[in-house]
Ligand binder design. Structure first.
Ligand code: SAM
Length: 230
């Protein structure tokens, strides 16, 4: 499952440059029976299977985690992943991301090793693989050097608590829709104001709760009043 996202594009380039290293560990390699059994039925009954503690304990220990290694469990019950969390994780040297499957993992794994529990949203997936890939992607792109143009990171949605502005490219007119004239003006002050206004407008309409904690300037407040008046 991990091959595509980890062997293409940004994450591939970052690994090739030695900026990050990603090690995929198969829990079944740490089983000791001939069927490579990694799961069993839940105590107390009920449907589904639970990941067994023995192979997961061995798999995690094989990574020699230090006291400072963050061991992340992917779980719908975890703290919701966001850009602030990703930026904090990007400062860490070593992250272990544990993918649950079936009904989840034996609770003793969580008690013994897990330092963080992360959810990628309020919905339930079959396994933790996709969440782990999402965590890896959004964390790794914040490691210095991984994204070539650092400016594009600073401008992105959620930085400064606002959504990004809309983008346009050639042609100037397409099927009757024109590129906004401020963007064609060549006047950088006008372009900056247009983009800032679009950021504020999008955030106000699509994610108004973000504005409460956004780092707004006096000019931003003027623009917001202007938007509300339109
Ligand atoms: N019984 C669990 C519950 O209701 O909370 C759901 C288990 S789910 C079918 C199997 C695994 O997928 C989980 O152990 C977790 O690793 C992963 N998973 C599913 N949804 C997730 C989400 N929204 N965020 C992070 N991990 C998720």
């Amino acid at each position: 499952m991990f091959c595509g996202p980890f062997t293409e594009s940004l994450l591939k380039k970052a690994q090739d440059k030695g900026l990050i290293s990603i090690n995929i560990v198969d829990i079944r390699d740490f089983t000791q029976d001939k069927h490579k059994t990694a799961d069993d039925t839940p105590y107390g009954g009920g449907p589904g299977m639970v990941l067994k503690p023995e192979p997961v304990f061995r798999a995690i220990r094989s990574l020699s985690p230090s006291k400072s290694t963050r061991i992340i469990l992917t779980t719908p019950a975890g703290k919701r992943l966001d850009q602030t969390m990703a930026a904090k994780l990007a400062e860490e040297k070593h992250l272990v991301v544990l993918c649950g499957h079936y009904e989840g993992i034996d609770e003793r794994i969580r008690e013994q090793f897990v330092t963080d529990e992360i959810s990628i949203g309020d919905y339930v997936l079959t396994g933790g693989e996709l969440p782990a890939m999402i965590i890896a992607e959004c964390v790794c792109r914040l490691i210095p050097g991984v994204v070539k143009e650092e400016e594009s990171l600073q401008r992105e949605s959620f930085n400064n608590g606002l959504l990004d502005f809309p983008c346009y490219t050639r042609p100037e007119e397409f099927e009757g829709q024109r590129v906004p004239k401020d963007l064609l003006s060549g006047n950088h002050a006008l372009i900056d104001r247009f983009r800032r206004k679009q950021m504020l407008k999008r955030t106000l309409f699509d994610r108004p709760e973000m504005l409460a904690s956004a780092d707004l300037t006096g000019e931003d407040r003027v623009i917001l009043r202007e938007i509300l008046g339109e």
